[in-house]
Ligand binder design. Structure first.
Ligand code: EPU
Length: 341
């Protein structure tokens, strides 16, 4: 049975805690329900917003269409070979619960992605990543329902066209498919990713040496780092990094580096460097700043926050001002990572 509701507050369904409303709202637990939904021509034609954990969204207005909250559950091992375990998870599975399941069963590959808010179905959309790992490294395939035909289609790795916080679902496939499950190819033999400086330091403070590393220890280290830097959405509304880290040419980087010798940067190709947006924003004096109830987090300048009661427009105003300052000072345009609705 489909329970379609109208005029539903989205406040508890987005981690910024913005009080926007959905004209229509439905929660989906099975693929079958999706197909039933789109047999109703009114819903097939309506503007649609697919909602996972609402952790990468900024509502700047009410949504005058149908919000589809994806709640398909289930985690299961579907296949194994000599070196891999294939784990399938429903789109509505909480991402961190999936990480914990894998860590507890010693399936390696997503431990660096511990504590990322959101759902499994949303993870491939933006190829979630943290601490040296992106999900594309362990992605096998996903299943998605074609909104027009109701058929289930498989997307393999190549078809998802993953990039840095990018996939085909943000481009050509946008609005055409609804991801219903994702299957990951996890490793029986772990490959530890501790190259990210903070992980090494945290493992050391936990008393874990490089000889007794485990995926559980890495997961715990990541959880500690995230808790120390990133605000808990249950306490302070936020959507993680608001902007992507920009890529600039090596020439531009060299020029900026003479003016700002402490500018960090990581090569991403022969001619390009990625620079941390958080550093650029902090240099412009934004770290910990408030404009009314909206502001910039005091421990990580890449995170915009709602201190309570901010509207989406107030958050967006801070975002625009931050973008302007960074552009004026460094000549670099920051692009949002968060989806602005
Ligand atoms: N930095 C500052 N000031 C700040 C923040 C960062 O100077 O306020 C500089 C520091 O030099 C630091 C560097 O930026 O060494 C990198 O900072 P951090 O390790 O916190 O990572 P990030 O580049 O700011 C990215 C992801 C995060 C992910 C972390 C860890 C993006 C847009 N963000 O942030 O992802 O957790 O790396 O891998 O790529 C998210 O997408 O929501 C998210 C939190």
């Amino acid at each position: 049975m489909l329970d379609i509701q109208s005029h539903v507050s989205l406040k508890s369904y987005n981690t910024f805690g913005i009080d926007a409303k959905a004209r229509y709202w439905v929660e989906i637990d099975t693929e079958e329900q999706l197909r039933t939904l789109f047999q109703v021509s009114e819903f097939l034609a309506a503007p649609k917003l697919i909602l996972g954990g609402g952790s990468n969204l900024l509502f700047t207005r009410d949504f005058e269409g149908l919000v589809i909250k994806m709640s398909i559950q289930g985690i299961k091992v579907v296949r194994e070979d000599a070196s891999h375990v294939f784990v399938k998870a429903g789109a509505g599975v909480n991402w961190h619960q999936l990480v914990l399941f894998c860590v507890q069963n010693s399936y390696a590959g997503i431990e660096n992605l511990s504590l990322i808010p959101g759902t499994t179905g949303a993870a491939p959309m933006q190829n979630i990543g943290a601490y040296g790992v992106e999900i594309e490294q362990v992605f096998d395939h996903l299943e998605a329902v074609d909104i027009q035909t109701g058929e289930t289609r498989i997307f393999n790795h190549a078809e998802c066209r993953f990039g840095y916080r990018e996939s085909v679902f943000k481009h050509e496939a946008k609005g055409k498919y609804i991801i219903s499950s994702v299957t990951f190819r996890l490793n029986k033999q772990p490959v530890f990713h501790i190259e990210y400086g903070a992980i090494r330091e945290t493992l050391a403070t936990m008393g874990v040496s490089e000889d007794n590393l485990s995926i559980k220890a890495i997961s715990e280290a990541v959880i500690r780092i995230r808790r120390s830097k990133l605000p808990n959405p249950a306490e302070i509304g936020n959507a993680g990094s608001f902007f992507k880290n920009p890529e600039i040419s090596k020439d531009d980087y060299a020029r900026l580096k003479t003016e700002y010798p402490t500018l960090p940067g990581y090569p991403t190709g022969d001619l390009t460097m990625k620079v941390p947006a958080g550093w650029l924003i902090e240099q412009c004096g934004w770290k910990g700043k408030h404009i009314g109830p909206a502001g910039v987090h005091s421990k990580q300048a890449l995170v915009l926050v709602n201190h309570g009661g901010a509207t989406g427009a107030e958050i967006l105003n801070v975002a625009h001002q931050v973008q302007q300052s960074v552009e004026d000072r460094f000549g670099i345009r920051l692009n949002p990572e968060v989806n602005i609705v």
